[in-house]
Design a protein around this ligand. Structure first.
Ligand code: HEC
Ligand code: HEC
Ligand code: HEC
Ligand code: HEC
Ligand code: HEC
Ligand code: HEC
Ligand code: HEC
Ligand code: HEC
Length: 480
């Protein structure tokens, strides 16, 4: 039994790493260095010298990969234009990079990132429409999530949809994502992409407060102090070998640790969904064709070889299923290079307990109460037209997300003061009063059913403190 388990664990780690074992450029050198590309460099040294200078300092220039090697147009490029005697495409899509970097392209192609515009859960698209409008989306949501790039009649790119390097951008050749979301052009450096800032220009703010979380964590503290010891330029960037001062986003979410190789799918090692009204642990389903999707542990689990629906509605065969436990083990591989097993497991326990507390105390009852309000026709089905819908949104989406991300990545401030504390202030001070105001007697009933009978909110029934559950001791002369 144990050995069968071990077998599957190693299969998953092998899956995490197998592509990368062969992580080298896949075309031989005769496949690039196009002679005609030299004229591009010559002219662009004058017409856009900054850009050309960056290219000159890149690994590409050193390996003789020139402008045309990347910008030449293929049959599926709807954005092909005539330019100085050549047919070129302005957009160099992940598929184009993938001609030489097949490993990274395949990993990126199946990742949660590329789905960031084609599959959006919950009410966000409505929020975008109701609060913003097209121009708001183009300069806001789409800059992080990605646009669907459109062409004008002459093959040039539609200014409503480009420039854009959102993480799930839909490209004219049908591929998704943008490699320069993390690898700034025209250097395309891996050292630069290992910096937290490669992630935090998007992972910041309400939906994904990871910049502030990281900076106020002990890891962020040490990174700031020891950045010059991080060896960011090393070829393989192996935690515990090439660096040890602190982990960055990349260390934990995609980096190499021991035998587990670097992977361009940032979502593989996450056990929970932390951006939903109620968090759920999630299986990762890996299909034969390399695509993936997540399934909550409350849904029926498919078997290997079974055919099920992908997110886009088409069907495919399941190649492998990674349980939340396996995904967690993958995450912990990096911790274990710097921490003991006991320390790491206890840290994860504290995080899981926090998420469960958020779920049971606030997430589930708030969701159930909103459902009861809709079921009793006390709210219109239209999203965001009533004050309580905004209150509820802030509760789980803004404050609740902040709290859970804070607990996941070691920021006490975000977990508590700007997290759970804000959730509670909202829940008791705004959300419940709004339920009463809106629903009168029915509201009282709903609150009684979901709140007053719950052990978590039992304190509301009291007029005086009974027990000191947290074990704090009051100073005897403290009157408060
Ligand atoms: C004789 C000079 C010259 C040559 C040769 C040249 N370019 Fe350009 N290129 C320009 C100028 C000038 C622009 C800016 C045009 C504009 O947008 O006003 C430009 C624009 C571009 C753009 C941006 C197009 C857009 O949609 O904004 C790309 C990409 C590009 N060049 C790539 C190339 C490549 C690849 C080659 C080699 C095949 C090349 N260029 C050869 C002068 C040149
Ligand atoms: C490794 C591949 C690669 C190489 C080599 C490369 N480019 Fe690009 N280039 C890109 C990518 C990726 C973009 C971003 C397009 C997008 O996705 O929106 C881009 C965008 C551009 C743009 C339009 C964006 C802007 O900032 O104005 C121009 C112009 C351009 N490249 C010119 C050049 C020239 C000239 C060279 C050679 C000196 C060159 N490129 C070499 C990949 C490459
Ligand atoms: C500053 C960058 C940024 C902006 C602007 C932004 N998002 Fe996000 N969004 C993110 C990031 C990063 C996540 C991932 C959070 C996570 O998984 O922890 C996310 C998550 C989401 C999710 C939940 C995940 C999913 O796929 O269902 C939705 C929905 C969403 N965003 C929609 C929107 C919409 C609509 C807008 C505009 C109204 C918007 N976002 C604006 C960066 C951004
Ligand atoms: C989410 C950010 C992100 C995106 C998007 C991204 N990369 Fe990377 N890439 C990185 C990071 C970080 C590293 C360094 C990883 C490490 O050291 O473990 C890297 C490393 C690389 C390397 C060097 C690999 C090696 O072993 O030397 C290549 C090549 C590469 N990326 C190509 C791509 C291509 C092609 C795409 C688009 C299909 C892409 N990347 C998209 C973050 C990203
Ligand atoms: C024509 C082949 C070719 C294309 C197309 C190409 N690359 Fe590269 N790339 C190379 C070669 C060759 C190297 C240098 C050898 C190596 O690092 O393995 C390289 C190196 C890299 C590196 C490592 C840089 C470092 O810091 O060491 C990154 C990251 C990268 N490429 C990203 C991209 C991205 C993103 C694209 C698309 C925009 C792209 N490449 C398109 C051939 C290509
Ligand atoms: C251009 C914007 C952008 C950049 C850059 C970016 N991300 Fe994301 N990331 C997103 C968006 C948007 C989502 C939500 C996607 C979705 O749910 O489909 C997301 C989702 C994620 C998730 C959640 C996966 C899950 O399990 O749900 C993780 C982890 C993540 N990103 C890590 C990173 C790391 C690490 C980097 C840097 C190496 C990075 N991201 C760079 C926009 C970005
Ligand atoms: C010390 C390791 C570590 C570092 C450093 C780290 N993370 Fe995380 N991150 C985690 C863990 C653990 C989780 C929770 C995973 C789970 O769901 O089980 C997480 C969760 C996330 C999520 C939410 C995914 C979900 O489950 O919904 C995002 C997005 C994210 N991290 C992005 C980042 C970004 C961006 C950075 C850098 C600013 C970063 N992380 C730094 C370990 C780390
Ligand atoms: C590159 C090494 C490295 C990696 C990888 C790493 N950490 Fe750390 N971590 C440290 C260092 C160094 C400290 C600071 C220790 C100290 O001085 O208290 C730290 C501190 C912490 C703390 C704060 C402890 C306290 O005193 O409150 C927690 C919790 C933690 N790490 C959990 C994790 C988890 C969980 C992971 C994996 C998801 C992880 N770390 C990955 C190096 C690392």
């Amino acid at each position: 039994m144990i050995s069968i388990r071990l077998f599957f664990i190693s299969i998953f780690f092998l899956f995490l790493s197998n592509f990368s074992l062969a992580a080298k450029v896949t075309l031989d050198s005769s496949g690039w260095g196009l002679e005609e590309g030299k004229s591009c460099v010559e002219c662009h040294s004058k017409s856009s010298s900054g850009l050309t200078h960056q290219w000159r300092n890149s690994a590409h220039a050193q390996a003789n990969v020139n402008c045309l090697d990347c910008h030449q147009a293929y049959e599926d490029d709807n954005d092909a234009i005539e330019h100085e005697g050549h047919v070129i495409a302005t957009i160099v899509s992940p598929k184009d990079c993938g001609r030489c970097h097949e490993v990274e392209y395949k990993q990126q192609k199946g990742s949660v990132h590329v789905k960031a515009v084609s599959f959006l859960k919950n009410n966000m698209p409505l929020l975008a429409q109701h609060f913003g409008g097209l121009a708001g989306n183009n300069s806001g949501c789409a800059k992080c999530h990605g646009s669907e790039v459109k062409m004008r009649g002459d093959g040039t790119l539609d200014p409503a949809t480009w420039p854009n390097t959102g993480i799930g951008r839909i490209n004219p050749d049908g591929s998704k994502g943008s490699c320069s979301a993390c690898h700034g052009r025209h250097q395309f450096s891996k050292a630069q992409a290992r910096e937290p800032s490669a992630c935090t220009h998007c992972h910041t703010g309400i939906e994904s407060p990871d910049k502030a979380v990281y900076e106020t964590s002990k890891h962020g503290m040490l990174y700031a102090a020891h950045r010059d010891e991080m060896n960011l330029k090393s070829d393989q960037w192996v935690v515990g070998k090439d660096y040890s001062a602190a982990p960055t986003c990349v260390t934990c979410h995609m980096g190499t640790a021991g035998k587990m190789k670097s992977n361009h799918d940032v979502g593989m090692r996450d056990a929970w969904n932390l951006n939903s009204p109620v968090s759920e642990k999630q299986y990762l389903i890996i299909f034969q064709d390399g695509d993936k999707r997540e399934l909550s542990t409350t849904e029926a689990l498919p078997r290997r070889g079974e055919t099920i629906k992908k997110l886009d509605g088409t069907e495919a065969k399941v190649k492998m299923v990674a349980s939340p436990k396996r995904r967690r083990q993958a995450m912990m591989k990096s911790c274990l290079e710097c921490h003991s097993k006991g320390f790491t497991k206890n840290s994860m326990q504290q995080f899981d307990d926090f998420v469960e507390l958020y779920n049971d105390k606030y997430g589930k009852p708030a969701k159930a109460i909103m459902q009861a309000l809709y079921d009793n026709n006390l709210l219109t089905p239209l999203a965001f037209d009533e004050p309580i819908e905004h209150t509820y949104w802030a509760l789980w989406h803004n404050e609740g997300t902040r709290a859970r991300h804070g607990a996941a990545m070691g920021s006490a401030n975000m977990a508590w003061w700007e997290g759970m504390h804000e959730v509670a202030t909202n829940f008791y001070g705004k959300f419940l009063p709004q339920v009463k105001e809106l629903a009168g007697k029915k509201g009282d009933e709903i609150i009684k059913e979901h709140i007053l009978e719950s052990e978590y909110h039992e304190w509301l029934n009291r007029t005086q403190e009974a027990t000191n559950v947290l074990g704090f001791t009051k100073e005897s002369n403290d009157e408060n």
